[in-house]
Structure formats: structure tokens, C-alpha cells
Design a protein around this ligand. Structure first.
Ligand code: CA
Length: 326
């Protein structure tokens, strides 16, 4: 009898603690894609502060190494579509006419002016109605600087907003003799992000690298496998051997529209059967494609397709949509 009570008590304790952990990632999460990038230049500390004030659940960091091994928060391995690098360091252009983050020290990168994204060939702004190109005063920053901003804001506002870092182009970094993943994991650990409870989700497009992060580097973080190509959606069984979730392109969830009603592929239900969460990218109010309104996009993908969260450039709109649903 006594043992039965102890057993039941333990079941309740462990049952509860498990569901608490699961719950942290089970209600639909809003991920600020490159910060509040619909309103301020992507991946600037200003865009991250704005996202934090919008009460998102996670703020995203794309990571590329500098020449002196500092993880820089920037979307691509290139600099020329979001900075004035071609004016400041014209001699550092490679033969392919591009400027690479990895060719610059952190100190050099800090001298660059960051701008709203543009096409380096034409100089044209990609999203014409967003923050004006080359206006304002924005700089590149490191992963450490961003974590300190988010953790500092969490303390001063009494919130617990998470980080959602992405290991960018691991094969490229390896070819350049760089250990991006190891450096990032060490920084995350130093700042307290070690396990699935620590409000950090680590993402990567490269499945071999994400598998290595779990199986060889023994990371206990919540891992999300990003999916770029449709054929990769057939590899969910493999992803489930190391990942906790997938990040597909949202179009891989949509099938077709019949009588004003969207039909879906089996991707979300297949992933859920394997215990994988689904966080599609990227919800943009100024790039609706097949949707009539942003409201329709949110209703279709978040509610009807039943994904677990999403990357959005307009986090305030997704937060208010979800608040109205609760
Ligand atoms: Ca990303």
C-alpha cells in the first residue's frame, strides 16, 4: 500500500513535470522572423527590441561567423544586400562580385551601416513599403550582444521571451575551416541555454548537421529541422530520430483551394504523429501570394492546418490574432 502511494506520487510528479515542459512549446508560438522585420531593418537590435515589446514567444537569430570567429546575427553569408560594404571596403569583393561576412573582423563589421534589404545589382528595396532603405543608423551585432539585450529586457520587463538561433550554411563554414556550430553551442550554454526547458530552439536547414548536433555533440536543446525542398517532406521519420520539430515552407502545408476552402497536405498530421512540432515560415502581411488577406493566412495555417507556431515579419498582427482566439 505504502509503495503504491509512493509510486502514484512519483507518477504525478514526473507526469506533471513532463507535461509542463511539453506545455511550454505546445500552445501556438509567435516567432519574430529576423525581429519585427516588417517594421525595422532585419536582424538589427532595434528590430529585436520592437519584437520583444510586441510580446512574441521567440526572437530569431541567423548566425554566420566573422573572420575572428564571432557569430554575427545576419541572414546570409553575404553583406552586400543589407549594408554599405561595397562603399566602405570595395577591395574586399570576391571574384563572384560578393562580399562575405567571413572575410571581415568583428571590428570591421561594426563600421558598416545596416540598411533595409535591397537587391545589390539594382539597388532596389525588396519590400518597398517597409522602413526606407539607407535611412537611420543601424549596425551589425554578435549573438552575445543580442542574447544580452533579450535577457536584459526579460529582466527589466519581467518576461521570458526565448531565442530561436539558426546555424547558417554549415558546409560553407566547414570549407572555410570554421566551427560555427561548436562556437554557437558554447555561447548558448554559457548564457544558460542547455536543455529543452531553457527557452531556446535551435534550427538548421542542413539535416546532417542537426543530426550531428544531437548525436555527436549531444545537445539537449529543442531542435527544429528546417525544410526547403518538397522531397524533404518525405524524410520525417529520419528527422524524428534527432529533431523535436520541423520548419517547413508554408506552401508545403497547403494543397489547393476548393469552394473557398483550403485543403491541406498530410505534412502537419504526419509530423504530429511522430511527435514533431510544426513551425512554418514566413508569414508576411505585405506578401500574401495565394491569400486574400493576412487574416485569411493566419486563420488557414494557424487554426485550420493546426500548426504549432510560425515565423512572421509582423509579430504584432499574429499576437493579436491569437489573443482574439483564446
Ligand atoms: Ca532563419
Amino acid at each position: 500500500m505504502k509503495w503504491k502511494i509512493i509510486y502514484l506520487t512519483l507518477t504525478i510528479i514526473f507526469g506533471c513535470s513532463k507535461s509542463k515542459v511539453m506545455n511550454q512549446k505546445s500552445s501556438k508560438i509567435v516567432i519574430a522572423h529576423r525581429g519585427a522585420s516588417g517594421y525595422l531593418p532585419e536582424h538589427t537590435l532595434e528590430a529585436k527590441s520592437m519584437a520583444h515589446a510586441m510580446n512574441v514567444d521567440f526572437i530569431e537569430q541567423d548566425l554566420v561567423l566573422s573572420k575572428d570567429d564571432i557569430p554575427i546575427v545576419i541572414h546570409d553569408i553575404y553583406l552586400d544586400d543589407v549594408t554599405n560594404v561595397s562603399e566602405i571596403f570595395p577591395d574586399k569583393m570576391r571574384n563572384d562580385d560578393r562580399f562575405y561576412v567571413i572575410d571581415f573582423t568583428f571590428k570591421e563589421l561594426k563600421t558598416l551601416q545596416v540598411s533595409e534589404r535591397f537587391d545589390p545589382k539594382t539597388g532596389k528595396q525588396i519590400y518597398p513599403n517597409r522602413f526606407p532603405k539607407e535611412k537611420g543608423s543601424f549596425r551589425l551585432h554578435s549573438l552575445q550582444e543580442e542574447i544580452e539585450l533579450i535577457q536584459g529586457l526579460n529582466k527589466s520587463t519581467n518576461k521570458n521571451i526565448g531565442i530561436y538561433p539558426e546555424i547558417k550554411a554549415p558546409e560553407f563554414h566547414q570549407k572555410e575551416g570554421k566551427k560555427l556550430t561548436e562556437i554557437v553551442l558554447k555561447i548558448l550554454s554559457d548564457y544558460g541555454y542547455k536543455t529543452k526547458k531553457d527557452n531556446c530552439i535551435l534550427q538548421c536547414f542542413d539535416a546532417k548537421e542537426l543530426e550531428r548536433i544531437r548525436k555527436e555533440l549531444h545537445s539537449e536543446l529543442f531542435l527544429v529541422q528546417l525544410i526547403e525542398f518538397p522531397e524533404e517532406t518525405n524524410q520525417l521519420d529520419y528527422f524524428a530520430t534527432f529533431a523535436d520539430g520541423i520548419g517547413p515552407w508554408y506552401k508545403q502545408i497547403l494543397d489547393k483551394k476548393l469552394d473557398k476552402k483550403w485543403m491541406f497536405t498530410s505534412l502537419v498530421s504526419d509530423a504530429h504523429k511522430l511527435g514533431l512540432q510544426v513551425h512554418p515560415y514566413t508569414f508576411r502581411a505585405d506578401q500574401l501570394n495565394e491569400f486574400i488577406s493576412f487574416e485569411e493566412m493566419l486563420e488557414t495555417l494557424l487554426i485550420e492546418a493546426n500548426v504549432d507556431g510560425a515565423f512572421t515579419d509582423f509579430p504584432d498582427l499574429m499576437v493579436s490574432f491569437l489573443n482574439k482566439k483564446q
